[in-house]
Design a protein around this ligand. Structure first.
Ligand code: ATP
Length: 357
């Protein structure tokens, strides 16, 4: 397994890129520790596959370096990089048995048959495929086949990293959570470096210890699921993570005091805000509550989300959402709202004020 260090990586699909817009991956530096569980999360077209292909060696970067355990592999072939990859759609041999499918990556590298047997038995057990080992892969359901793909990714113990590219896309929704928790369990058992690519926040947040959020070819935040929830570095992360996403309201900062429509709002980082550029207040619906005084608002819609209700209000022409637990009364007509100051942040030109960008 390997530590992966990415330094000033840029990639353009154009022959002679001129401006930042010409780069599918604008500039990226990060380190993935040996044995960590990482997710690469972002909307379609943000550059996830480009980054994955740069790491696996299917693409050569326009600029920058990729190191595995300190060794520069930026221009090494995929074979030299020794990576296991699991794709959206199962990559298996239908005519072979489940056993032979799992054994294939090992036999291909000349591993002794006794070691193949031990390894395949172990992996099949982890993935609950033991009963199907002698069956032909063709007869399995889509999730059974994808389990074989996962097994083929996990079976070799000598790979530097295992990369999963949207591996649960073809899985039935009711089985997704099973495979998701299985993957997490497999990481805990095997302690391999794993990178999981997805546009689905639930998959990313449940699998990874560290999530890298990408937008428009750049990393907007790399952090733990708690970091992303409690302190989004960018309003994009606030919107993209959470259901519903963070409220983002136009604001001003004067002498270290945040104002929303001229009304003072206590915010965690107001003292370090410059007040320049586009200033916004970010507060998640979880940290907005009904109050006897404060920000005037009016309820416009209430929707049921199972254990809680999402209340959409309007205040000075802005939408502010809050959550009410089951049994809590929905206020009628005009009302007031307050924000939890420790979870209320100022953003300047999209970025968290005072962050080091
Ligand atoms: P998705 O989730 O839809 O796969 P993604 O986050 O993986 O999206 P990429 O596929 O890496 O995003 O694409 C990033 C950008 O690079 C997009 O603007 C895309 O149009 C562009 N792009 C991707 N592959 C190529 C290519 N072979 N040639 C030219 N442009 C490309």
């Amino acid at each position: 397994m390997a530590e992966i260090r990415i330094e000033n990586l840029r990639h353009s699909y154009m022959a002679s890129p001129q401006s930042d817009e010409d780069y599918a991956l604008k500039r990226l530096s990060l380190t993935w520790q040996d044995g960590g569980a990482y997710a690469l999360l972002g909307p379609s077209g943000c550059g996830k596959t480009t980054l994955l292909n740069l790491i696996s060696g299917l693409l050569t970067p326009t600029e920058g370096t990729i190191r595995f355990n300190g060794r520069d592999v930026s221009r090494a072939s995929p074979e030299e990089r020794n990576i296991a990859q699991v794709f959206q759609f199962p990559v298996i041999y239908d005519t072979m048995t489940v056993y032979d499918n799992l054994a294939f990556p090992l036999r291909n590298r000349g591993v002794a048959e006794s070691d193949v047997k031990a390894r395949v038995t172990e992996i099949a057990d982890m993935l609950e495929l033991t009963k199907t080992l002698s069956k032909r892969a063709a007869g399995l359901t889509a999730d059974g086949k994808q389990k074989i793909s996962l097994g083929r990714g996990l079976v070799r113990s000598d790979v530097n990293v295992i990369m999963f590219d949207e591996p649960l896309t073809v899985i039935d929704p009711h089985l997704k959570w099973q495979l998701r928790s299985k993957l997490k369990e497999l990481h805990l058992k095997t302690k391999r470096t794993m990178i999981y690519v997805t546009h689905d926040q639930t998959e990313a947040l449940t699998f990874a210890d560290q999530v890298v959020v990408m937008n428009l070819g750049e990393v907007v935040q790399s952090g733990t699921p708690v970091d992303l929830f409690e302190k989004p570095q960018h309003t994009f992360v606030g919107h993209f993570i959470g259901s519903p996403g963070m409220n983002v309201l136009p604001a001003e900062v004067r002498a270290g005091q945040a104002l929303f429509n001229g009304q003072p709002i206590a915010a965690d980082n107001a003292a370090v805000a410059s007040g320049n550029g586009r200033v916004e207040i970010g507060v998640r619906p979880e940290f907005v509550s009904v109050a006897s005084s404060g920000i005037p608002a009016e309820v416009v819609r209430v929707s049921d989300a199972g254990r809680y209700r999402i209340v959409e209000t309007r205040s000075h022409g802005n939408t502010i959402k809050l959550l009410l637990k089951e049994g809590e009364a929905v206020p009628e007509g005009k009302m007031h709202l307050s924000f939890d100051p420790t979870h209320t942040q100022i953003y300047e030109n999209g970025w968290l004020a005072g962050s080091r960008r």
